[in-house]
Design a protein around this ligand. Structure first.
Ligand code: CA
Length: 296
């Protein structure tokens, strides 16, 4: 698969990540934080200098967010932790599933109030033993949803009244009524279903018009959906079978960063997808919602 005939999709970093994931744009330093879960590292990409700094965490780091008081919050198979970028020191916050060795953390994101949401998954993605958690700013943790198989993308509507969530094997994106004051969610309903033969939904984000941009694992695409009508508005082909997540970034929040994976491809697929595992960027006509920091 060559790069598609889509002038606005750019390969910004031929990273060859095994499992590139969790893009998080930091407005303050204008850098993209992202992870490679299977290579156990966090990457910090500076688009202006075109430099990518890598910190080896030596755990299955599955998500990263910036903490407003400095440093990062990350998730791994050992729970939620602080990561000091200067010293590369990890400090545990909580491990709600320390008695479930068959599970690990997966995707996570901060809500508009600065609480951190992250979910877990069965290592094999087969059993509904995972949960979705919310870390309050006082570092207390609350279980928000049980019986999740592969907890994945989370995002909010631009008015913060709706939270969207993906449990990948269901192929659905669900919505909840969202209370930004308390973090309370209710009234779960399906708003989007990924069509048969297009893989499964993975990470996702929202734009300022309220539409969803969804990475399709096994689907070689980012797709744009109207969650009110459930209709697909656009498809952006990506030259990698496994498209894992996306986040808006750039000085004007109109550049969609896209992560991809090289894992789970056979020799033939790897040869025909030389840029699988790369970090891509798509110039968009619409702005994204900002990425929120952890305020604890
Ligand atoms: Ca994911």
């Amino acid at each position: 698969m060559a790069l598609p005939d889509n002038e606005s999709l750019e390969l910004v970093l031929d990273a060859k990540a095994l499992l590139g994931e969790g893009p998080h744009w930091s407005e303050e330093d204008q850098q993209l934080y992202w992870v490679d879960i299977l290579s156990k590292c966090v990457h910090i990409y500076d688009p202006q200098r075109h430099e990518n700094q890598t910190i080896i965490v030596d755990q299955l780091i599955s998500s990263v967010v910036v903490r407003s008081s400095g440093g990062l919050v990350i998730t791994t198979e050992k729970g939620i932790q602080f990561l000091d970028i200067e010293t590369e020191t990890l400090t545990p916050i909580d491990d709600p599933e320390s008695t479930q060795p068959g599970n690990r953390f997966n995707d996570g994101k901060c809500d508009p109030s600065g609480r951190f949401w992250a979910g877990t998954m069965d290592f094999d993605g087969a059993a509904a033993t995972g949960s979705l958690y919310m870390l309050h700013k006082d570092l207390s943790i609350k279980t928000m949803k049980n019986h999740v198989t592969v907890s994945n993308g989370i995002t909010w509507s631009p008015d913060y009244r709706v939270m969207y969530y993906v449990d990948s094997p269901t192929k659905n994106i669900v919505a909840f009524d969202y209370d930004n004051q308390t973090g309370h969610i209710k009234n779960e309903r399906i708003v989007v279903t990924i069509p048969e033969g297009e893989g499964i939904p993975d990470g996702l984000t929202s734009d300022s018009e309220g539409n969803l941009w969804v990475a399709q694992w096994g689907g070689s695409m980012i797709s744009k959906w109207n969650p009110v009508t459930g209709k697909r508005l656009d498809v952006i082909p990506v030259p990698a079978t496994h498209v894992t997540s996306c986040a808006f970034g750039g000085p004007h929040l109109d550049e969609l960063y896209i992560t991809t994976a090289r894992t789970d491809l056979d020799e033939h697929a790897r040869a025909s997808q030389p840029h699988a595992g790369g970090l891509f960027k798509l110039k968009t006509a619409v702005k994204g919602i900002p990425t929120f920091k952890f305020k604890g």
